[in-house]
Design a protein around this ligand. Sequence first.
Ligand code: 5AD
Ligand code: SF4
Length: 360
Amino acid sequence: MTLTERLNKNNLSFDDLVALLAADKEESNLLFEKARDIKERYVSNNLYLRGIIEMSNICRKNCFYCGIRKDNRKVKRYDMDDSEVIQVIKNAYDQGLSSLVFQTGEQKSPAFVKRIDGLLRAAKKLSNGKLGITLSCGEQDKETYKRWFESGAHRYLLRIETANKALYQKLHPADNIHSFDERLQALEIIKETGYQVGTGVMIGLPFQTYENLAADLLFMKKMDIDMCGMGPYIEHEATPLYKYRNLLYPLDERLLLSFKMIALLRILMNDINIAATTALQAIRQYARERAFLCGANVVMPNITPLAYRDDYKLYKNKPGLKQDADDSLKMIDQNFKNIGAHLKINQWGDSLHFARKKTT
Ligand code: 5AD
Ligand code: SF4
């Protein structure tokens, strides 16, 4: 079967996905065009923004790929003061952003739970309920997810990283705080609690195959997720995975593979929200714009104060270390408008998929 024939099928099978992930540059363009058409039809050319605040880089975990893993002693740990976070939230709100993401390393203390709770309430209060808040604070227990939901968070991001258990185990220490099964269970609980659920994977990891990536796509479909954030794996020299860097595809190939993943997910799940992630932009300027053109509809400007940016480096070449919230918004405005995006800064831009699920 030719790739065009596969692309014209109604339901992409595992084999179709594997074949399409292997498409060459020219064939990929057909894939991107199809994904773009579907996007325009189902979610229009709107682009939704989420201002992301990286509140703390303290993390109890030791993921082998991540620059802020607990055992990386070279990282200066920070925890923004509540007053500082609230100032960032206020500024974002004043700039017209109405959807924010609170992101932290994984912390589980009662004080942390209480703190996020307080910040959620403060954000709601200062905006008369107008700010929509997404959380990205790792694995928590059921009560915590529920408490944060009741305090106003309505979306939660927790990447599965890879849907293949054996690969997951290669990327994480073998202990009970890095359990694949618990990760899955956390996603289920997030969903049951009522959140819009976001997950995602890293693309181009050492040991990862096209078959793994095809399975990742089918996992997201089966989980019936509402949002996805996925991007290329980028090696970080102070991590255990760095020693496998000779196994990696060149950066441009990881980038192309990421675009293909976005396009295929858009074809599989027409009406979900898909982010054009920062890691794409770490490889090439304008990569987020290209992602928009092949299926993404969300972008997440970093609004963390510049003083902390250097210390939240999950991978090398993380962009925007010197670009404040104002500048990054301006840049997004300009660059995305140039490619036909309708910027919706002051809308929550909830997942249409989630709304449809609720009404059917
Ligand atoms: N390259 C790309 N993405 C990474 N993440 C962590 N480390 C890296 C890396 N080296 C991603 C993970 C995590 C998210 C917050 O950042 O997918 O879930
Ligand atoms: Fe912590 Fe997330 Fe990095 Fe893992 S990926 S070490 S949980 S910040």
